[in-house]
Ligand binder design. Structure first.
Ligand code: COA
Length: 92
């Protein structure tokens, strides 16, 4: 995002629109890989072990030059109660 567009609510609007679409599709969980952990935590996402990310997602990583040394954090937002969901949240 361009620096002069940051902090105006655009990121929240995009993520909330995607969460709404996920609810409409009756999904259980939404995940992302990110360098912006605090932004996603602010929106209710929790960091997760990357092993919890569905295998189907890894095809997007196949061509990435960082696939063997990924430095992004996996985060998830549960749309439905899940016994596998971590109980901790980072809220700051
Ligand atoms: C991170 C980014 C996507 C956030 O989008 P944004 O439009 O600036 O964020 P918003 O204005 O919607 O902020 C939503 C909330 O998150 C918080 N937030 C945003 N970025 C944050 C950060 N880096 N650290 C802590 N809180 C942050 C805001 O304070 C706001 O909280 P509030 O609604 O309670 O006041 C955007 O700033 C960005 O693209 N930054 C450049 C880095 C980049 O390229 N990231 C790519 C994604 S990995």
């Amino acid at each position: 995002m361009a620096p002069d567009a940051q902090g105006a609510g655009l990121g929240r609007a995009i993520v909330e629109a995607l969460l709404e679409e996920a609810r409409e599709r009756d999904l259980d969980m939404v995940f992302a890989f990110t360098y912006e952990l605090k932004f996603f935590a602010r929106l209710g996402f929790a960091p997760i072990a990357r092993e919890l990310v569905p295998w189907k997602a890894w095809k997007d990583c196949a061509a990435c030059p960082k696939q063997d040394c990924c430095d992004e954090t996996a985060v998830a937002y549960w749309l439905k109660p899940s016994p596998g969901a971590p109980v901790f949240r980072i809220l700051q």
